[in-house]
Design a protein around this ligand. Structure first.
Ligand SMILES: Nc1ncnc2c1ncn2[C@@H]1O[C@H](COP(=O)(O)OP(=O)(O)OP(=O)(O)O)[C@@H](O)[C@H]1O
Ligand SMILES: [Mg+2]
Length: 326
């Protein structure tokens, strides 16, 4: 009998909130407002949405950097808390690659020391094998062995991001969370880093959470895409479903803004104004003030329910509940 493969990551109804004090008043900002998804080994989920929609807050909650207000996170079926997989175990299972490769590396440490740190901390190999492991890690990200003797300033932005990826891989994680890993890089370098991440995903069976405000970046690398707006997933599906049959007006507007991307047909391609603050979300569907197709139900209530459009493809929009028979 074949064993069912456990998801690498399961997130259920996750909420991340920040308390903001102004004078005597405390206000709650709902940065992540009930997000659920699973991520399989060897799968890449592209998470896309405008600045401030909660992508990094979600990533930080998954990493254990911020404490969720509620909801649960499981890593390979185990609760990501102190009772099952906490502290060092969690850091071994999930690693993160950040946007800015310049501030992510300690300028005073050689690359050898930077890569040896996690190997020692997690006691992953005997001291006699550390040098070999460093060479293997550098080769994995396409760098020569002599990179180990140099300091971060000797590398270009793209090479530094390769080094950050090597450091993340040192502990052999199951899951790699990449928060805008190519946004700070030259456009000419971006494809190289994206291809490197894709190769590593396939070779190592890594589960990748790829965060970007740019749908054009996640378009080429994701097996599935989740679109986030003001703390919620508004659409999720296989990449081909989301790109060729975008159901939410917000997804269509994002797609329309990507030069050369697969253009969605149909209405709802216009989006007006800025995203509202998560401190003062509009009533009803949070997207309605910017939506060219909004109608009465969008302006009231607690927001639209999730509609399943086809297997693996769902979206939150009143237009869909009107169109799809119950
Ligand atoms: N430490 C914090 N304290 C208070 N509010 C925060 C904090 N971090 C984020 N926020 C707020 O939470 C919301 C979500 O922010 P977050 O950084 O998660 O968004 P994002 O999608 O990653 O944006 P960007 O694309 O700009 O990185 C925003 O309204 C932001 O101002
Ligand atoms: Mg962010």
């Amino acid at each position: 009998m074949s064993e069912a493969i456990l998801p690498a990551l399961t997130v259920r109804d996750l909420h991340v909130q920040y308390s903001l004090r102004k004078g005597l008043q405390t206000r709650i900002l709902r940065a992540v407002d009930g997000v659920s998804f699973t991520l399989q080994p060897g799968e890449c989920l592209g998470l896309v949405g405008e600045s401030g929609c909660g992508k990094s807050s979600l990533a930080q909650a998954i990493m254990g950097i911020v404490e969720p207000a509620s909801g649960s996170i499981e890593i390979a079926g185990l609760p990501a808390d102190k009772t099952a997989i906490g502290g060092l175990d969690r850091a071994r299972a999930i690693q993160m690659v950040f946007q800015d490769p310049y501030s992510s590396l300690n300028p005073r440490m050689t690359i050898r020391k930077t890569l040896a740190g996690p190997l020692h901390l997690h006691r992953l190999c005997p001291p006699s094998e550390v040098e070999d492991r460093i060479r293997t890690l550098l080769a994995l990200v396409g760098l020569e062995p002599d990179a180990a003797d140099r300091y971060p300033h000797a590398f270009s932005g793209g090479q530094r991001q390769r080094l950050c990826i090597a450091r993340a891989l040192a502990v052999e994680p199951r899951i790699l969370v990449c928060d805008e890993p190519v946004s700070a890089l030259d456009v000419s370098i971006r494809a190289q880093i994206i291809n490197l991440l894709l190769r590593l995903k396939d070779e190592l069976g890594l589960a990748l959470l790829m965060i970007s405000h740019d749908l054009g970046v996640v378009e080429h690398m994701s097996d599935r895409i989740a679109v986030m707006y003001l703390g919620r997933f508004v659409e999720e599906g296989r990449w081909d479903q989301v790109l060729s049959r975008p159901a939410h007006p917000y997804t269509r507007a994002l797609l329309a803004s990507v030069p050369g991307a697969t253009k969605a047909t149909g209405p709802g391609r216009r989006m007006t104004g800025e995203a509202p603050s998560a401190l003062r979300p509009p009533p009803g569907c949070a997207f309605h003030p910017r939506c060219a197709e909004a109608f009465e139900p969008c302006r009231t209530g607690s927001g639209p329910p999730v509609t399943m459009l086809e297997e693996g493809h769902c979206a939150r929009c009143h237009l869909l509940t009107e169109r799809v028979p119950a």
